[in-house]
Design a protein around this ligand. Structure first.
Ligand code: SAM
Ligand code: SF4
Ligand code: SF4
Length: 369
């Protein structure tokens, strides 16, 4: 009988070196490709109540899948301590993600703790969260009260049958739309809506989604289907390039480009020529933006990933739990970022995607999107 392989979330990682000469953070770190450290994405849970086919396919994330035990998760105190050290190195924006971040118990408490932190220049942190919106209508007010500024909501189709094929748990479009509206009403805006486009599955929904969100306060962003993780069976020919998305929308509702808000913005911005709003195109596959990538990612169990496509992380939890002080962990962080030279998407081809899959790339639900 074939041996049964039980997949689990825990991933490889090294314990970072703590240099013997400690340094004081200046807020001006930069990596080998001269990229500063500006954004931190924190995954607060590896669990999710959806089984999106491109992220947590049921065949892998089934009853036998072993999620992290609670003791492996960073506590809110540990997350906040690490966040402070990152902020001292220049981070100005923190995004909570997962898995589904609203499934983490008492997430409002963590938000309250992070909302008190200030950037190096003394400004409030840009504090946001990405969610599938299943719990958003219920939680929007308490998230806002805790100090969350904005949310990004994922929605892959307007047509219910298509959306349910994508989330694979029969969750209804109507409930996501309700979540978006409630979040808007309580002031968690401007709200961005992310649609991952998977060729042959939901690409017929590109134009209906554009039509629906045009003229609303919400900014719709189309994301190219990426080869994250090792379980979604990604194929290059299922990627619909952003240029094709723009072409299909423009044919009915003409678009023109808009200048970026800031260097390192992931989405290229386009507006409707008639002034009825804008959309974003996230071309992670067809037009890599590694040269501007200022993002670090902290996994649910406290591993630092300097790229979404990394195959191993740096175990910051080990440093915390072996009693290292702030100066030691901060110096180790500086050391790691200075060594960073990741630019996976710029180097991606079908062959590298296949090689990485066999090297066990980290899953999106563990590292956060
Ligand atoms: N559960 C939350 C959600 O879905 O919004 C937050 C975590 S999810 C991993 C974050 C984002 O990653 C979502 O917008 C999701 O659509 C996107 N994502 C997941 N897998 C992806 C893939 N293979 N390619 C492109 N985007 C992906
Ligand atoms: Fe869950 Fe988000 Fe992944 Fe979908 S994309 S399975 S909602 S973590
Ligand atoms: Fe950043 Fe890695 Fe994505 Fe390039 S491939 S944009 S370095 S996360």
């Amino acid at each position: 009988m074939a041996e049964k392989i039980i997949m689990m979330t825990a991933q490889r990682g090294d314990t970072p070196v703590v240099p013997s000469i400690l340094e004081t953070p200046t807020g001006l770190l930069s990596d080998r490709l001269a990229r500063p450290l500006h954004d931190l994405r924190i995954s607060v849970t590896d669990r999710c109540n959806f089984r999106c086919v491109y992220c947590m396919p049921k065949a892998v994330f089934n009853n036998e899948y072993q999620y992290l035990p609670h003791t492996s998760l960073l506590s809110f105190e540990e997350i906040t301590r690490i966040a402070k050290l990152f902020i001292a190195h220049g981070v100005e924006k923190i995004r909570l993600t997962g898995g589904e971040p609203l499934l983490r118990k008492n997430i409002e408490k963590l938000i309250g703790m992070l909302a008190e932190l200030k950037t190096v220049s003394g400004k409030p942190l840009d504090l946001t969260l990405t969610t599938n919106a299943s719990l958003l209508a219920r939680k929007a007010q308490s998230l806002k009260d805790a100090g969350l500024q904005r949310v990004t909501v994922s929605l892959d189709a307007l047509d219910n049958a298509t959306f349910q094929r994508m989330n694979d748990v029969d969750f209804a479009v109507e409930d996501v739309l309700k979540g978006i509206d409630v979040a808007h009403q309580v002031g968690l805006g401007p709200i961005k809506v992310n649609m991952v486009v998977k060729g042959g599955m939901n690409d017929h929904e590109i134009v209906p989604m554009a039509r629906y969100f045009r003229g609303t306060p919400y900014i719709l962003r189309f994301i190219e289907y990426m080869d994250v993780g090792a379980s979604n069976g990604w194929k290059m020919d299922e990627v619909i390039p952003s240029a094709e998305v723009a072409r299909r929308i423009s044919a009915e509702m003409p678009l023109e480009p808009v200048a970026a808000n800031y260097t390192g913005e992931t989405a290229s911005r386009w507006r409707y020529v008639d002034g009825s709003g804008e959309i974003g195109l996230i071309s992670s596959v067809s037009q890599a933006f590694c040269s501007d990538c200022t993002r670090a990612r902290l996994s649910t169990e406290g591993k630092l990933y300097t790229c979404l496509f990394a195959t191993s992380g740096h175990d910051l939890r080990a440093l915390l739990r072996e009693g290292r002080d702030d100066a030691e962990i901060s110096t180790a962080l500086a050391h790691l970022w200075r060594q960073r030279e990741d630019r996976y998407s710029e180097l991606r081809t079908s062959q590298t995607a296949e090689l990485r899959r066999s090297a066990n790339k980290v899953e999106m639900s563990y590292i956060g999107g």
